[in-house]
Design a protein around this ligand. Structure first.
Ligand SMILES: NC(=O)c1ccc[n+]([C@@H]2O[C@H](COP(=O)([O-])OP(=O)(O)OC[C@H]3O[C@@H](n4cnc5c(N)ncnc54)[C@H](OP(=O)(O)O)[C@@H]3O)[C@@H](O)[C@H]2O)c1
Length: 271
């Protein structure tokens, strides 16, 4: 458990999910969490379940926090951070989860040179099954230890360098769950078309993905194509379906979609 005081500016989809995951997994005590939001609703909702502190202002939150998580949208990021700049002392850590905003731009507005860390979580953080990209402004054992103790219980933490790698993780994992949910809906709808009840079709789709993922996790010594080959017999059912998937160039379609998302991430960074 971390003894650090954590502040969350913005507790929407991602900020809120991180707060709840930290509290549910007892990584931090509620009295060590401060939250603020533009309007009070989301903070009050968390307070219904946990006795966290609601900061009346972002300034109050900064004063009371050792580590400040920025959970606002990228387009609001600097208008929220800049007025706080002089209050963020050197010994604090600023954690950005904003898509597209490089550490160098964040450091430019922070007057007292605190440590800056970029993270890129995905929504399964809610159930402590996230992939969390982690990129500190520079290697420092103290920051790494503090951040690892907070992030590790929430899922699989991958240290990545900024630039192409961070962007790839943002798309494949941060946005990736969105793509997986798209596929899950195709699966569900196709089954519904064959008369399965909506809930049953949903469970069949979810359990198929979950089963494959669990198997791959348990048997990590085997490459994915080997696990796949166990489903495929020559001229069999899976073989016929896969052949069609390859003819239709599903992989190419996915790659193009990923690259489109990369372009958008770059655009957000420029704005
Ligand atoms: N959603 C994802 O899957 C995901 C994945 C990876 C990274 N991220 C990143 O996470 C960040 C947040 O995204 P989100 O989807 O969680 O957005 P969101 O649901 O819209 O939440 C944004 C939060 O910021 C608050 N906020 C706005 N202006 C504020 C201000 N001046 N002071 C304090 N709080 C303020 C909002 O308050 P109100 O609700 O009161 O307006 C809300 O609580 C983004 O930078 C995004 O790139 C998101």
């Amino acid at each position: 458990m971390t003894e650090k005081k954590l502040g969350f500016i913005g507790v929407g989809n991602m900020g809120g999910a991180i707060v709840k995951a930290l509290l549910n997994s007892k990584v931090v005590l509620p009295e060590n969490i401060w939250c603020s939001s533009r309007t009070s609703g989301k903070v009050k909702k968390i307070q219904e379940d946990f006795p966290i502190h609601a900061a009346a202002t972002n300034e109050e939150l900064v004063e009371n926090s050792d580590i400040i998580f920025m959970g606002v949208k990228p387009q609001d990021f600097f208008s929220v951070l800049e007025p706080l700049s002089s209050l963020i002392a050197q010994e604090k850590i600023v954690v950005s989860m904003a898509a597209g905003i490089p550490i160098s731009d964040i450091k430019k507005v922070l007057q007292n040179h605190p440590r800056v860390v970029r993270i890129m979580p995905n929504t399964p953080i809610e159930v402590c099954k996230a992939v969390v990209g982690y990129c500190p402004d520079k290697q420092d054992a103290g920051t790494d230890a503090a951040m690892t103790s907070i992030l590790q219980p929430l899922g699989y933490v991958v240290q990545v360098s900024e630039g192409d790698q961070f962007q790839a993780l943002t798309v494949a994992c941060g946005s990736g769950t969105g793509f997986v949910f798209e596929l899950l809906q195709y699966w569900q709808e196709w089954l519904e078309g064959y008369g399965f009840d909506k809930d049953v079709a949903r469970n069949m789709a979810v359990q198929t993905f979950l089963g494959a993922a669990h198997l791959a996790e348990r048997q990590e010594q085997h490459p994915l194509d080997l696990l796949q080959s166990r489903v495929v017999s020559k001229k069999g059912v899976t073989h016929a379906g896969l052949e069609s998937m390859r003819e239709l160039e599903i992989e190419r379609a996915l790659r193009i979609s990923f690259e489109k998302a990369v372009l958008r991430d770059s655009e957000l960074g420029r704005k």
